[in-house]
Design a protein around this ligand. Structure first.
Ligand SMILES: C[S@@+](CC[C@H](N)C(=O)[O-])C[C@H]1O[C@@H](n2cnc3c(N)ncnc32)[C@H](O)[C@@H]1O
Length: 279
């Protein structure tokens, strides 16, 4: 077995089975839905980091150590994010999509605009939506209820999201103006103000549980689907199409796109920014 960094990581079916069972029974995490190569590479990261001589030795460690289970889970669920990640998407949301959604919402009776950030990691994405709404749509917020639901499978990252404290690495795209208005200094980090934090509801939820999807006007599912097998991606897209209001929007990550049967469920609004609309 080769443990070198840059070579695809090989794991015997027995060891893979052990790791899958531990993750499923103790964390409710279903490895079979994720892309094999990606998962194996990430398990490899932990095998190397723990200096185990083999994957079999790593399995023993995993069965013994809750700490290692948490660390493996963290590596597998990848939490990289940033405020206004891919800023052009957020500009498009502010200038075109949100105004359109507000118009559509006013035409309906319920007057609630429901935004859902899926795989929200530490909250940068839903808080970016909240900042846009607060800064640019304050008048509209008087007679319109807006809910921002943010879900992730990982409770640890959701805890960080609820705290709302961020380092400079997450803040590169936040203008000085927004920093001044909506953040306070927390040592060398930035604490989001309560009035913005309160706009977002965080909830633990697994994307594979499609029956739990909430009715939505806008779904942001960015940089999550890339880790899943094609069949799972299709199931999730179908789930999104089912809960999106008529004329609702779906935004994917920059390296993600509609594929297979999901192309029949949405029409492309902006191919470069990966914005789609439920048909
Ligand atoms: C790379 S982050 C994306 C963060 C944010 N959407 C962005 O684009 O900046 C991927 C997130 O997806 C979450 N995730 C992975 N599998 C998931 C699942 N089955 N259900 C819900 N979230 C999941 C991870 O925990 C992680 O926080």
């Amino acid at each position: 077995m080769n443990l070198a960094e840059d070579i695809p990581f090989d794991i015997s079916p027995e060891s893979f089975g052990t790791i899958s069972r531990v993750l499923k029974s103790l964390k409710g995490f279903n490895l079979s839905c994720y892309k094999d190569k990606c998962i194996k590479r990430r398990i490899g990261i932990r095998v190397r980091a723990t200096h185990c001589a083999s994957v079999e030795e790593y399995c023993d460690l995993l069965l013994d150590s809750e700490t290692e289970l948490e660390l493996l889970y963290k590596v597998l669920t990848i939490h990289v994010s940033q405020f206004f990640r891919n800023p052009l998407i957020f500009r498009k949301l502010r200038e075109e999509i949100i105004p359109q959604l507000i118009r559509q919402c006013r035409e309906r009776d319920d007057r609630e605009l429901r935004l859902w950030s899926v795989g929200c990691a530490s909250g940068e994405e839903p808080y970016s939506l909240a900042l846009i709404l607060r800064e640019f749509f304050s008048d509209e917020l008087h007679d319109l209820k807006v809910s921002i639901l943010a879900t992730d499978v990982d409770t640890g990252t959701l805890q960080a999201a609820r705290t709302g404290i961020y380092g400079e690495d997450r803040m590169a795209e936040v203008s000085d103006f927004l920093r001044m208005r909506y953040f306070t200094a927390a040592g060398s980090r930035y604490q989001l103000r309560p009035e913005v934090k309160e706009m977002v509801t965080f909830r633990q939820s697994d994307l594979f549980d499609t029956v739990a999807y909430p009715a939505s006007d806008l779904i942001l599912c960015r940089n999550v689907l890339i880790y899943f097998e094609r069949a799972q991606q299709q199931k999730i897209m179908k789930g999104f199409a089912d809960v999106l209001e008529q004329g609702g929007f779906l935004v994917l990550g920059k390296s993600e796109t509609l594929s297979g049967p999901s192309r029949e469920l949405f029409k492309t609004v902006c191919a470069t920014e990966r914005i789609y609309r439920a048909i």
